[in-house]
Ligand binder design. Structure first.
Ligand code: ZN
Length: 396
């Protein structure tokens, strides 16, 4: 573990420095208002013009998950990257066709807009159309910034019924545990925060700004508490559609190889995205640090950062292969291990996992830290084929 880690003192010093720079960016309201009344006028005009979009940036309120359709401003301020379905939304296979009524609270990436409708990819990887007036349009910045306030994050809870993911000996499913961790990460990203880089604790504060946009591929507000099936292509396309700063897929592991002293946290990363191994390494570094605070009979695998490829040398996992943006799959702890499953069922453990992901994202955006060397590609040729999406349904 030790050889993979950069000197803690060095990167914490760097983070403190960046944190302070970020703090100045974080409170423009105070410093600008004191400086000049002309700026006050500009800010007021901007507020009137750009409404909620600016208000959330100035005051660090959570970003609008989705505003009513048509309230976004085209051009430099934002564009529609995704939609959230409402009661009465219909999904049509053709632009002019009639659609089926689908459930409220589904999030779909937008690929085009035409004749009062958005072209979307549904949870089963099928293209379809929804009427603009039937959905909440999710606005994303046209140009991302290089700080937290200008960043866009997609958090992806792995699996979703009937795909339960790994199931613990006590019956806890990955699908359920993952969505709760994901919701906690979204919550952390949706407000400004302080980080205690010694203890790792994340609290409400002013050092790190709320993200411009933080969304999850399936949310607990969705049908069946968000427990429904999602295609891997769909997950990647949501990241692409919003041009995410990072896409993080949250998982728990199974099939360990041996007992370990601490958490066997690991990540799968892409072979064709330069930033993916850096993102994966930061996730492993920070999540493992978070989970190390708990007592368990830990188990682990052979490597903490893995790049699995198919026989063509391409990313084995479609979520990584399909992402044009930095993406990584994080495996927090082993749900198959009774001792770890017991912990995964608890709120403090899930919160610690989420705080680890949050700290990793802050370091990803604000530093050049590269805590674990890029792994050599590893051929992966499992006996079982990838899960078929043939029986996938869109919740009604
Ligand atoms: Zn999984």
């Amino acid at each position: 573990m030790g050889e993979h880690e950069t000197s803690a003192a060095t990167h914490y010093r760097a983070l403190f420095a960046l944190g302070h720079r970020s703090a100045v960016l974080c409170s423009p309201a105070v410093s600008l208002v004191l400086r000049s009344t002309r700026l006050v006028a500009v800010v007021v005009v901007a507020l009137v013009l750009f409404g909620g979009l600016f208000a959330w940036r100035l005051f660090g309120e959570p970003p609008p998950e989705a505003g009513p359709a048509g309230t976004f401003l085209p051009g430099d301020q934002g564009r529609v990257g995704y939609v959230v379905t409402r009661e009465g939304t219909t999904l049509s296979p053709e632009l002019e066709g009639t659609g089926d009524l689908i459930a409220a609270g589904l999030i779909f990436p937008v690929s085009a807009e035409a004749s009062g409708a958005f072209e979307v990819l549904d949870n089963c990887n099928r293209t379809g159309w929804v009427a603009v007036e039937d959905v909440d349009a999710g606005v994303v910045p046209t140009a991302k910034g290089e700080d937290m306030a200008g960043s866009v994050f997609v958090i992806d809870p792995g699996h979703g019924a009937p795909d339960l993911g790994a199931v613990g000996p006590g019956g806890l499913t990955e699908a359920k545990a993952n969505i709760d961790v994901s919701s906690r990460v979204i919550e952390l990203l949706s407000d400004s925060r302080d980080i205690d880089w010694v203890s790792g604790s994340v609290t409400r504060g002013t050092t790190y700004h709320a993200a411009a946009v933080a969304i999850s591929t399936r949310s607990a507000d969705g049908p069946n508490g968000g427990d429904y099936e999602l295609g891997l292509t769909f997950r990647a396309e949501l990241g692409n559609a919003v041009d995410a700063t990072a896409l993080v897929s949250i998982h728990h592991n199974t099939q360990p190889t041996h007992n370990t002293e601490g958490p066997g946290t690991s990540a799968f990363v892409s072979v064709d995205n330069e930033e993916s191994p850096r993102l994966g390494g930061l996730l492993v570094d920070e999540v493992r640090r978070s989970l190390s605070g708990f007592e368990a009979d830990w188990v682990g695998g052979n490597s903490s950062l893995v790049a699995r490829v198919d026989e063509n040398g391409e990313d084995y996992y479609s979520i990584l292969a399909g992402s044009d943006i930095p993406a990584a799959i994080i495996e927090g702890a082993y749900i198959s291990n009774p001792s770890e499953e017991e912990l995964i069922a608890t709120d403090p453990f899930r919160q610690a996992y989420a705080e680890g992901v949050y700290r990793a994202l802050v370091r990803f955006v604000l530093t050049d830290d590269y805590p674990i060397p890029q792994p050599e590609p590893e051929l992966f040729d499992p006996d079982a084929p990838p899960r078929s999406m043939d029986d996938c349904v869109t919740p009604r």
